[in-house]
Design a protein around this ligand. Structure first.
Ligand code: GLV
Ligand code: GLV
Length: 320
């Protein structure tokens, strides 16, 4: 019999179709809504492989159900929703989707930086609300991007792809990372800084570090106080790296000039979230990797990883 695989979201049939030759695939029936916890637990108990989303909690309870579960392919580069220790304990292979989303996510990160700097959303709303009455010397004047300094916190693949874009804008590239990235230093002229030093020096502070116990809440009140009052903060990794209340207060007090946020502590955010009320904040609904090409590539990578493991081969992008 073919191995059984459950996908925790409705994916396009044309993407899934070609994998049905080798696997018996069922899917959750909604594209928008995450799978019911009960259904996910039940499927874990019956399947050989699961494909999960960043909205699913992949924990010990779930893996404990999976008596014959061999692989969980998480459709994201980040895997903070997955308990890796529990996966090791249960002998379950976890995979993620690096590489295929690097350039797309870097595009979005740089878009967010530019939109916050040049007040793109604010200006767009102004004109659409019929408020454009005149040209004036400092009307909608923003902040330059070119030849400023960018401080990248988390110099992984995406961080380095953002740095390549920044280099094209003549920016000075500072970075902070757990380990030195000599290639980026050599090829992009990026300079390594301690976290505090980067916060003090960078005109743009861009968060691309993964969410771990060490990075949780690292952008707190103290961090925002260290930044220049002209600094623009961008977060395209995970919301929980940021203390949102501290960011809100820093923006209101003018300790930080503006922000571009693709991710939030709790997603989706409520319509009355305080950060939504600030003109100098650009908010996006977690769309870093959301191009049709890249999301399709991520789905295919999950399906390929799943089939490889169920066929006794090594997955392309293992996490554990
Ligand atoms: C999205 O946030 C991802 O981790 O791929
Ligand atoms: C992290 O894994 C990245 O791709 O930057």
């Amino acid at each position: 019999a073919k191995p059984k695989v459950f996908i925790a979201r409705k994916l396009p049939d044309e993407v899934v179709e070609k994998f049905k030759e080798n696997m018996e695939i069922t899917m959750w029936d909604s594209e928008e809504e995450p799978v019911d916890r009960t259904r996910l637990l039940q499927e874990a108990g019956q399947c050989d492989g699961l494909i999960t989303m960043l909205t699913d909690r992949v924990d010990d309870e779930l893996m404990d159900q999976g008596k014959k579960l061999k692989i969980i392919a998480n459709m994201a580069v980040g895997y903070d929703n997955v308990d890796i220790q529990a996966a090791d304990k249960h002998g379950i292979q976890i995979t993620n989707t690096p590489d295929v989303l690097t350039e797309t996510t870097a595009d979005l990160t740089f878009t967010l930086l530019m939109a916050a700097a040049r007040r793109i959303i604010e200006a767009n709303e102004h004109i659409k609300e019929g408020k454009w009455e005149n040209w004036s010397p400092l009307f909608m004047a923003g902040t330059d991007v070119h030849h400023k300094s960018i401080g990248i916190v988390g110099m992984g693949r995406i961080g380095q792809a953002v740095a390549r874009r920044a280099k094209g804008f003549g920016m000075e590239i500072l970075y902070h990372n757990r380990s030195r990235k000599e290639e980026a230093e050599r090829e992009l002229g990026a300079s390594y800084h301690s976290f505090d030093d980067l916060l003090e020096k960078a005109d743009y502070v861009v968060c691309l570090a993964p969410l771990t116990e060490e990075t949780r809440g690292m952008f707190n009140q103290e961090a925002f106080k260290k930044m220049k009052s002209s600094a623009i903060f961008v977060n395209a990794s995970r919301g929980a790296l940021v203390d949102e209340r501290a960011l809100y207060e820093a923006l209101v007090r003018g300790e930080v000039k503006a922000a571009g946020l693709d991710v939030f502590e709790k997603e989706p955010i409520d319509a009355d979230h305080p950060l939504l009320g600030l003109d100098q904040v650009v908010c996006l609904p977690h769309i870093g990797s959301a191009s049709t090409e890249t999301r399709t590539a991520m789905m295919e990578l999950c399906l390929e990883n799943t089939w490889k493991v169920l066929n006794g081969e090594k997955p392309k992008t293992p996490v554990n």
